[in-house]
Design a protein around this ligand. Structure first.
Ligand SMILES: C[S@@+](CC[C@H](N)C(=O)[O-])C[C@H]1O[C@@H](n2cnc3c(N)ncnc32)[C@H](O)[C@@H]1O
Length: 390
């Protein structure tokens, strides 16, 4: 069974203390319509049109709530750019090619990837760049970071991106998509909900009735879960839409996130503020709420629509296979001693496990049209054995 793991933690600092306007709204909603399923609570926290966490702020960076891999080092985006170049060649060098990023943060990954791709003019000149982002504050930052990007457009969902051969990148995108939590009781599986207790505080509870026939959907490891166990699942729609696009148009998607390679029971719903854990029920809309990504479920959804799955592999292994160590040496050779130390620290952080390390907690999975049998950096086990334990 999975346990919540510390992911982006640095030094604990005081978290937000001002009252959250969304808290008042959510309490009112519960009083009038009853307890909210965890997925709906998470959706409101992140994307409420006025007070959602991802609507009105830039949460990234040292001065924000968390640091992502592209913000750790330029090497991350550069290597993803080179990964895209290798996929483009395997696709037969289509022109035009859509380079799509889901949830692109500050635009750092795309800017670094495009800089790396400039060395390959035939590909660079074939590109149209598509940024899928719902956060207006981040869109502005992306526009500034990508002012010279070729044929760039912004969208609020993947469906808005025109069809055509595509390479899709998504780093820390799936973890912010709302998750259902189901709780095992004697009589079946109940939806976990957010309710109000006698003192007016938000608390977790469970729906009065079990979800009919939920057992038939359970993956093998979860069927024998004890009473009290929690099982998390996300709707397959987003993964299916990505997989259908690459299956029909040609191309591949690269999804990177923290999570587990086997569908299993466990509670990973968590809130992060200023690089520390926070109470997920205390400051809705003011703190990031996330849950780990179930890579087996992603793979299953992609295979169900006939796409090919590659990996997952741990991020550290993926980046090493792409040559991150050589790139670090190359950058260090031109750097001051101080900068050289920073590059060494970033290399460790991106590739190693342990406290603060992103090399093993984060996994990478590829999804492609079935004609692409191998994707650089990822296993080519396409069917059945598509999931490997790190
Ligand atoms: C954890 S951040 C990751 C940012 C970036 N990929 C990185 O690695 O630095 C999540 C990103 O997804 C965006 N996002 C959140 N929900 C979204 C949604 N439903 N559709 C599109 N983007 C979304 C956020 O605004 C943010 O850019």
């Amino acid at each position: 069974m999975r346990r919540r793991a510390r992911i982006r933690a640095l030094q604990p600092r005081s978290i937000v203390t001002e009252p959250a306007p969304l808290l008042t709204y959510i309490k009112k909603l519960i009083k009038t319509s009853g307890p909210l399923p965890v997925w709906r609570y998470m959706q409101l926290c992140l994307t409420h049109p006025e007070h959602g966490y991802y609507i009105a702020r830039d949460p990234l960076g040292r001065e924000g709530d968390f640091v992502t891999s592209p913000e750790v080092s330029q090497m991350f985006g550069e290597l993803l750019g080179l990964w895209a170049a290798s996929v483009w060649r395997m696709m037969g060098s289509p022109d035009p090619l859509r380079l799509i990023e889901l949830g692109p943060g500050r635009g750092t990954l795309m800017a670094d990837a495009l800089r790396a791709l400039r060395v390959l003019p035939p590909m660079y000149e074939s590109l149209s760049v598509h940024m899928v982002e719902i956060n207006p504050v981040l869109v502005e930052k992306q526009m500034a970071a990508l002012s010279d990007a070729p044929n760039i457009e912004w969208h609020t969902s993947l469906d808005q991106v025109p069809q055509g051969p595509a390479i899709i990148l998504a780093n820390e995108y799936f973890d912010v998509l709302p998750v259902h939590q189901m709780v095992r009781r004697d009589g079946g599986w109940h939806e976990r909900v957010v309710d109000i207790d006698g003192s007016g505080q938000l608390v977790f509870g469970v729906s009065a009735e079990p979800t009919p026939r939920f057992d038939v959907l359970l993956p093998p490891l979860v069927r024998a879960a004890p009473v009290g166990a929690i099982f998390e699942w996300r709707p397959d729609a987003e993964m299916m839409s990505i997989a259908t696009r690459v299956r029909d148009n040609g191309g591949a998607a690269l999804i990177i996130d923290y999570g587990h390679v086997r569908s299993d029971a466990g509670d990973t719903f968590q809130a992060i503020s200023r690089h520390s854990f926070a109470d997920p029920l205390k400051y809705p809309g003011r703190v990031d709420v996330t849950a780990h990504v179930d890579f087996e479920a992603l793979a299953r959804a992609a295979e169900d629509v006939g796409a090919r799955v590659h990996g997952p592999v741990p991020q550290g292994e993926f980046l090493r296979r792409l040559g991150i160590e050589a790139r670090a040496v190359n950058l260090m050779a031109k750097a001051t001693p101080e900068l050289s130390d920073d590059i060494a620290t970033a290399l460790k952080r991106l590739t190693e496990g342990g406290r603060g390390g992103m090399g093993s907690m984060f996994k990478v999975i590829g999804v492609s049209d079935p004609s692409l049998s191998v994707l650089v950096g990822l296993s080519d086990q396409a069917h059945g054995g598509g999931i490997r334990t790190p």
